[in-house]
Design a protein around this ligand. Structure first.
Ligand code: FMN
Length: 194
């Protein structure tokens, strides 16, 4: 594992070995917005799969990934019922796919007000729209921006996911490389058939 010292706090944190690999792959994508898009799969309330795109918002420590969503969306109910999820992150220029198995840490709700303030006014606007997934009403209001004076809304949710298993598929070489890391094995690397 990679030892990293946090200059501001002086604490040492340990990065799992897949983090620098993912960082390198993300750098290959340049400033493409799509390099921050990943797919989140949940289990629907009827037990069938659901998948959608979300924006990667950052890391918490070495192995927790953060997303932002709306508590009025279907995925919130799904996460409440089944906090185990899968994420798929495709980095096309790097020809790499990362699949994460993760668990929603429901109790972890830190600094939501700060994160809300750090969003752009356009980025915040979605939380001011009518409830996602309901029938569109003719006179509904969809603000284009929510400015800095708008306080943290109740429907803004930071989803912190504890990553427990990572699989990376790298298509550049022959044969393709498929690698597995599990948290319960201290992120020990295992090579798999592609
Ligand atoms: C490029 C892209 C980025 C998106 N980012 C987010 C996001 O960060 N958070 C979010 O809740 N929905 C995001 N969405 C919308 C979701 O894909 C989805 O339509 C919405 O969250 C409702 O999903 P649900 O009904 O399954 O809960 C994004 C969609 C696209 C196309």
């Amino acid at each position: 594992m990679t030892e990293r010292t946090n200059a501001s706090s002086g604490t040492t944190s340990t990065l799992p070995p897949w983090r620098p690999l993912l960082k390198g792959a993300r750098e290959r994508e340049g400033r493409q917005p799509a390099a921050r898009w990943l797919q989140l799969a949940t289990t629907g309330l009827d037990g069938t799969p659901r998948v959608r795109t979300l924006v990667f918002r950052g890391w918490h420590g070495g192995d927790r990934l953060e997303l932002y969503t709306d508590t009025r969306s279907a995925k919130f109910e799904e996460l409440m019922q089944q906090p185990q999820v899968e994420l798929c992150w495709l980095l096309p220029k790097a020809k790499q796919q990362y699949r994460f198995r993760a668990k929603w840490l429901r109790e972890e709700q830190n600094n939501n007000a700060e994160r809300w303030q750090n969003l752009s006014p356009q980025g915040r606007a979605l939380w001011g729209w009518p409830p996602p997934g309901l029938p569109l009403e003719r006179d509904a209001d969809f603000p284009e921006q929510l400015d800095d004076s708008v306080a943290l809304p109740e429907n803004f949710l930071v989803v912190q996911l504890q990553i427990n298993r990572v699989e990376r598929l790298h298509l550049t070489h022959h044969p393709h490389q498929r690698t597995l890391w599990c948290r319960e094995d201290d992120w020990c690397e295992q090579k798999l058939n592609p």
